[in-house]
Design a protein around this ligand. Structure first.
Ligand SMILES: Nc1ncnc2c1ncn2[C@@H]1O[C@H](COP(=O)(O)OP(=O)(O)OP(=O)(O)O)[C@@H](O)[C@H]1O
Length: 377
């Protein structure tokens, strides 16, 4: 079952929650709606489900307009963040619920329901736990029951709202891999909401980045990671260093930090001489070396370093323009400080550099994304 959304608008009073969403979800696709709190992800999911009415725009399932079809007739399964299981019902009764509330003519016989419940319990790896009550299960188990319950009625579309949001990091990781596996087995068109970029990139076939009720980018995990379409997307997907720059002679020169022999190629859309640019560099895309006169890079001092397992994370304090790296311009003492630079490097490389607090280094961006305009303040 494919889903097509066309120009979905939604207001809550004067507040525009969705400002014209166009989105196609292919049949059997697992799509993530990703974005910061309040950007409209849940509202969009609820509109697809029919739990919320759009102000305008169309929703089609397999090309058929279901914009005004009530929730019960849309054939969607829904999983919420907070389990939403019936606490007074056993696990088996929870899973059977959607089948038992069907009108008499469509309701399966009790033995058919029992078989279905058993096969769903098996699918979510909870064999033998049908008689337990939700209070006797772990959070991860409860979410799997919620998923089994959503699947019981053979929905055409599965919608999941932060399904693992309330779980601890380890269980969350396990369950998202398991969800991916389950999706690969069932091929049910699924849309899930998350504000966790790692979760979206790891699990989804396609990621839709939302911001303030609009879609900023729509692409495969690889596309949005490698080619973020906007500063917002770049900043949202993982840790980032942002530098102010200026175009001179077709190249971008950094401002606000002291750099040596460093100019970056300006992309065509940022080529106007003298114009402002923003340079986005991920912490692992920086090469670090002990400072030497003339070596290319941003001149900085080591502020802070921690090693966790295979990774060293450093914070560097860049020297300010006009200071001289060899003698003065002590960035650590200065009142005027630029933002700290975050650098990630393999722990072995960090150990080999043998850096101490206050040591002077050059930080060379190996790869960057450059956008027109000054960085956001
Ligand atoms: N029933 C409502 N009445 C008024 N405002 C609402 C209502 N539902 C949502 N909103 C507002 O619409 C905006 C989008 O909400 P929504 O729940 O879709 O965001 P979200 O991206 O899912 O956020 P989160 O990740 O925090 O759940 C928010 O500013 C929210 O306060």
């Amino acid at each position: 079952m494919s889903i097509q959304l066309h120009q979905i608008h939604k207001r809550f009073g004067a507040f525009q929650a969705l400002g014209g969403i166009d989105l196609d979800v292919a049949s059997s696709e697992l799509l993530a709606l990703l974005g910061p709190s309040g950007c409209g992800k849940t509202t969009l999911l609820r509109i697809i489900a029919g739990l919320e009415a759009q102000d305008s725009g169309q929703i089609r399932f397999d090309g058929q307009d279901i914009s005004h079809v009530p929730v019960r007739e849309r054939g969607v399964g829904f999983v919420f963040q907070h389990y939403a299981l019936f606490r007074h019902m056993s696990v088996a009764d929870n899973i059977a619920f959607g089948l038992r509330v069907r009108e008499r003519a469509l309701r399966p016989a009790e033995n058919v329901i029992a078989d279905r419940v058993n096969s769903l319990l098996h699918m979510v790896q909870l064999d033998g736990l049908g008689r337990r009550f939700p209070g006797q299960l772990s959070g991860g188990q409860r979410q799997r029951v919620a998923l089994a319950r959503a699947l019981a009625t053979d929905p055409r579309v599965l919608l999941l709202d932060e399904p693992f949001g309330a779980l601890d990091a380890k269980v969350r990781k396990e369950l998202r891999r398991w969800l991916r596996q389950l999706h690969d087995d069932l091929h049910i068109t699924s849309v899930f909401v998350t504000h966790d970029q790692e979760e979206a990139l790891e699990v989804a076939d396609r990621v839709v980045l939302m911001n303030r009720g609009r879609i900023e980018q729509n692409g495969t995990p690889q596309q949005v990671w490698d080619e973020p379409a906007s500063p917002f997307v770049c900043g949202f997907l993982g840790d980032i260093n942002v530098f102010a720059g200026q175009v001179r002679g077709g190249r971008v020169h950094l401002r606000g930090v002291l750099s040596q022999a460093l100019a970056l190629d300006a992309p065509p859309e940022v080529a106007t001489e003298g114009s402002a640019a923003s340079v986005y560099v991920r912490p692992h895309q920086i090469r670090l070396a002990r400072w030497r006169e003339g070596d290319p890079g941003i001149v900085a001092q080591v502020c802070h370093a921690i090693v966790t397992g295979p990774l060293a994370r450093l914070e560097l304090s860049p020297l300010l323009p006009g200071s001289t790296p060899a003698s003065g311009g002590d960035a650590l003492q200065s009142d005027m400080r630029a933002d700290l630079i975050e650098v990630h490097l393999p722990a072995g490389e960090f150990a080999a550099l043998n850096l101490q607090h206050g040591d002077r280094v050059t930080a060379l961006p190996l790869s960057s994304r450059i956008y027109a305009g000054a960085p956001p303040t």
